[in-house]
Design a protein around this ligand. Structure first.
Ligand SMILES: Nc1ncnc2c1ncn2[C@@H]1O[C@H](COP(=O)(O)OP(=O)(O)OP(=O)(O)O)[C@@H](O)[C@H]1O
Ligand SMILES: [Mg+2]
Length: 624
C-alpha cells in the first residue's frame, strides 16, 4: 500500500489535468465491479426460480432455518421479498406458464444487464487508458524539459544511456503500472467486495468456508513482489549500460570500423543482453507464478465448498452459484497479484524519475533579469577563476574586450581556451570573479539575452537531420527563405547547397553525414550569419579542414567578422594575424598578451609556437 501511495502521489500532478477522464474511468469501474455481484445474484435467483424449490423461503437460501430469527436474517428476508416481488412478473418460474412479460424479461432485461456490465468494463478501460497514456506522455515531456533546462555539469556526470532509460524505460514501467493500476485499483476490489457480499448474503457459512484459504495464498504473492523488485533494479542498471553502449557504438561507427571493434562491441552488447534476459525471466517467473498459486487456492476453495455443501446438505443451486462466485472472486485476486509485481517494478523507476525532476540547474536565471539592448561598450573578465570539479582550470583571468575588437586566444591543448569560451555562454558560471557585458554581470541577465548577443562557430559542428534551409534557419527562428539563402551566399555555402539533389530542401542526414567537413562548417557559418549577433566566437573553426576548404571557410569567416566583436580560438596561429590582441593561455593562466607581431618578436611561448609553425618574426607571415 505504501508503494501504491508513493506512485499515486508522484503521478497526481500529472493526473490532475485528466481528472474528469479519471473520474469517469473510476465510475464505470465501480459500476462494472457492482454488476459482477449483480450477475451472481441474478444467476442464483434464476436457478432458484427454475428449480422445483420453495422460492419464497429466504431460510432455504441461508441453508439454516435458525438464521430467520436473527436480526440479519430478518433484514435479508425483507430485502429478498421486496426484490422478488419486483422481478417476479418479469422472470419465468418452474410452475408458471411463460407469458409476454417474462419473454421480455429474458430477452430484454438480461441482455441489457450483460451489455451494461460489458460496456462499463469497456468504458472504464478506455477512459483509464486515455488518462494513463496522457499522463505518461506528459511525464516524458516533463523529464525531457527538465533535462534540457539543466546545466552542463549534470550532463558531464550522467551517461546518455541513463538519460534515455529515464525518459523511455522508467516512464514505460510507470505507464504499464498506471494503466493496469487505476483500472485494477477500483474495478477489481469492487468486484471482490460485491461478489463477496452477494455470496455472504446468499450463504455466510459457505462463503467463509470457500474464502478461508485466501490469506494463505496471498502471502507468497507478496514475497514474489520483493523478488521482482530486486530483478527490476538490476534490469534498470543493465538497460542503462546497454543503451550507453548502443549510443556510443552507433554514433562512433566510423572509429569502431576503423579499429575493427565491431565484434568487441557486439560481444559486450550480447553479454549484457543475456544478463538482461536472466533478470527479465526472474520478473516473468514472479509474475506468472501468481496464476498457479491463486488458481490452486481457488480449486482448494472449490474442494472445501463441495465438502461443505455435501456435509451440510445445502441445496445444489448454492453449489452452482458458489462455483461461479469463486471464479469471479479469484480472477480479480489474480489480477491484483500480478499488478502487485508491476507496482514493485515501477517503484524502481519512480525513484529515478523523482531524482531527475528534483534536479535544478546550477546556472540559474535571475529573478529580475537586467535587460541589455545590443552590445555597445566592452566585455570584461574580472578576476575570473573556474573549476569543473576540484582542479582549477582557469585562474584569475583579467581581460577586457572592447566593442569591435578582435581577440585571439592561443595556448597548448588543455590550457582552458574552450572553457573560457564556454563561460561566455553561461554553460557554466565562474567559481570566482565575474564576466560582464557593458557593465552588467552575465548572471544578472536572462540566459536568452546572453545567448542572443553571441554567435558561436566551433570545431564540433552540429548538423540536424533536417533540410539545409532548416539547418541554417535555426539560427534565427522565423527566418524567411530569402534571409536563409543570403546567409548561405555570405558563408560560401550557396553553391554546394544548390548542387544537392533537392537544393535547400535536401535533408542533410543525422550529424550531416552527407556533407564534407568543410561543407558542414559553412552551414555553421551561415547559421552564425543569419543570427547576426554582435559578438562572434570562433573556437577552432577551421582546425580540421584541408587547405582548400580552410581557404573558403576562412574567407567566409572574414566576411562574417566584419563589424563584429570577434573572439577567435586557434591552434594555427596564422589565423590570428588580423587580431587586435592575442592572449596566450597556459594551465588556465594568461601568460602572454599583446599584438600578434609584438608577441612574435617578444621571444616567449607564442614566438616559440609560431616558429614551430613556420611563422617568422616579420610582417610577411606565412603558415606551413
Ligand atoms: N566537461 C569537463 N569536465 C571536467 N573537466 C573538463 C571538462 N572539459 C574540459 N575539462 C578539463 O579542463 C581543462 C581545459 O580544457 P579545455 O577544453 O578548455 O582545453 P582547450 O584549451 O580548449 O584544449 P584544446 O586545445 O585541446 O581544445 C582540461 O584539463 C580538461 O581536461
Ligand atoms: Mg578546445
Amino acid at each position: 500500500m505504501h508503494r501504491i501511495n508513493i506512485i499515486f502521489k508522484f503521478s497526481w500532478p500529472f493526473l490532475r489535468p485528466y481528472r474528469v477522464w479519471l473520474a469517469m474511468g473510476l465510475l464505470f469501474g465501480i459500476l462494472f465491479g457492482l454488476s459482477n455481484g449483480g450477475v451472481l445474484w441474478l444467476t442464483q435467483t434464476l436457478i432458484e426460480r427454475l428449480e422445483n424449490t420453495p422460492s419464497d423461503s429466504a431460510f432455504a437460501l441461508s441453508g439454516a432455518g435458525q438464521e430467520a430469527d436473527s436480526y440479519f436474517g430478518q433484514i435479508k428476508f425483507r430485502i429478498k421479498n421486496t426484490v422478488d416481488a419486483w422481478i417476479d412478473p418479469w422472470f419465468p418460474k418452474h410452475d408458471r406458464k411463460l407469458d409476454l412479460k417474462q419473454l421480455v424479461g429474458i430477452f430484454l432485461f438480461l441482455p441489457l444487464f450483460t451489455a451494461f456490465r460489458s460496456f462499463s468494463s469497456y468504458l472504464s478501460s478506455y477512459f483509464l487508458a486515455y488518462t494513463s497514456e496522457h499522463v505518461v506522455n506528459d511525464l516524458r515531456v516533463k523529464v525531457l524539459e527538465t533535462l534540457s533546462c539543466l546545466s552542463l555539469d549534470y550532463f558531464n556526470r550522467s551517461t546518455m544511456g541513463d538519460m534515455i532509460t529515464r525518459i523511455n524505460g522508467d516512464t514505460g514501467n510507470l505507464q504499464r503500472c498506471l494503466r493496469n493500476g487505476v483500472e485494477h485499483i477500483i474495478k477489481e476490489p469492487v468486484t471482490i467486495l460485491s461478489v463477496f457480499f452477494i455470496m455472504l448474503f446468499i450463504d455466510p457459512m459457505l462463503t467463509m468456508g470457500a474464502m478461508i484459504l485466501v490469506p494463505i495464498f496471498v502471502l507468497p504473492v507478496l514475497a514474489l513482489g520483493k523478488k521482482a523488485k530486486r530483478a527490476a533494479k538490476k534490469m534498470v542498471q543493465t538497460n542503462v549500460t546497454q543503451s550507453s553502449l548502443m549510443v556510443e557504438m552507433l554514433s562512433s561507427i566510423r572509429v569502431i570500423k576503423a579499429f575493427n571493434l565491431e565484434q568487441t562491441m557486439v560481444g559486450r552488447f550480447r553479454d549484457l543482453s543475456r544478463y538482461l534476459i536472466r533478470q527479465t525471466l526472474k520478473t516473468v517467473r514472479a509474475k506468472e507464478l501468481v496464476n498457479p498459486i491463486i488458481e490452486t487456492g481457488a480449486i482448494l476453495g472449490l474442494g472445501a465448498l463441495i465438502v461443505f455443501v455435501v456435509q451440510t446438505q445445502r441445496p445444489i443451486n448454492h453449489l452452482v452459484t458458489f462455483f461461479m462466485g469463486i471464479i469471479m472472486f479469484y480472477t480479480p485476486v489474480k489480477k491484483l497479484g500480478k499488478w502487485h509485481i508491476q507496482v514493485e517494478q515501477a517503484s524502481v523507476g519512480i525513484g529515478r524519475l523523482m531524482d531527475i525532476l528534483a534536479e535544478t540547474p546550477t546556472v540559474k536565471e535571475p529573478d529580475h533579469p537586467k535587460s541589455l539592448s545590443g552590445f555597445k561598450k566592452s566585455i570584461e573578465f574580472n578576476d575570473v577563476s573556474f573549476s569543473y570539479l576540484d582542479e582549477i582550470v582557469l585562474k584569475n583571468i583579467q581581460l577586457s574586450v572592447p566593442h569591435g575588437y578582435r581577440l585571439g586566444i592561443a595556448g597548448e591543448s588543455g590550457s582552458g581556451k574552450s572553457t573560457l569560451v564556454n563561460l561566455f555562454f553561461r554553460f557554466y558560471d565562474p567559481t570566482q570573479g565575474q564576466i560582464s557585458i557593458d557593465g552588467i554581470d552575465l548572471r544578472e541577465m536572462s540566459l536568452a539575452d546572453v545567448k542572443n548577443l553571441i554567435a558561436l562557430v566551433s570545431q564540433d559542428i552540429v548538423v540536424f537531420d533536417q533540410t539545409a534551409a532548416e539547418n541554417i534557419g535555426c539560427g534565427k527562428p522565423g527566418a524567411t527563405r530569402g534571409e536563409i539563402e543570403a546567409a548561405a551566399r555570405h558563408a560560401h555555402a550557396d553553391e554546394f547547397i544548390q548542387r544537392l539533389p533537392e537544393g535547400y530542401d535536401t535533408r542533410l542526414g543525422e550529424q550531416g553525414v552527407t556533407l564534407s567537413g568543410g561543407q558542414r562548417q559553412r552551414i555553421a557559418i551561415a547559421r552564425a550569419f543569419i543570427k547576426d549577433a554582435p559578438i562572434l566566437i570562433l573556437d577552432e573553426a577551421t582546425a580540421s579542414l584541408d587547405s582548400q576548404s580552410e581557404g573558403e571557410v576562412q574567407a567566409a569567416i572574414e566576411e562574417l567578422s566584419e563589424n563584429r566583436t570577434v573572439i577567435c580560438v586557434a591552434h594555427r596561429l596564422a589565423t590570428l594575424k588580423s587580431s587586435d590582441c592575442v592572449i596566450v593561455l597556459s594551465k588556465g593562466k594568461i601568460i602572454e598578451q599583446g599584438g600578434f607581431e609584438e608577441l612574435i618578436r617578444r621571444d616567449g611561448i607564442f614566438a616559440a609556437m609560431a616558429v614551430s609553425q613556420g611563422i617568422k618574426p616579420t610582417s610577411n607571415i606565412a603558415s606551413v
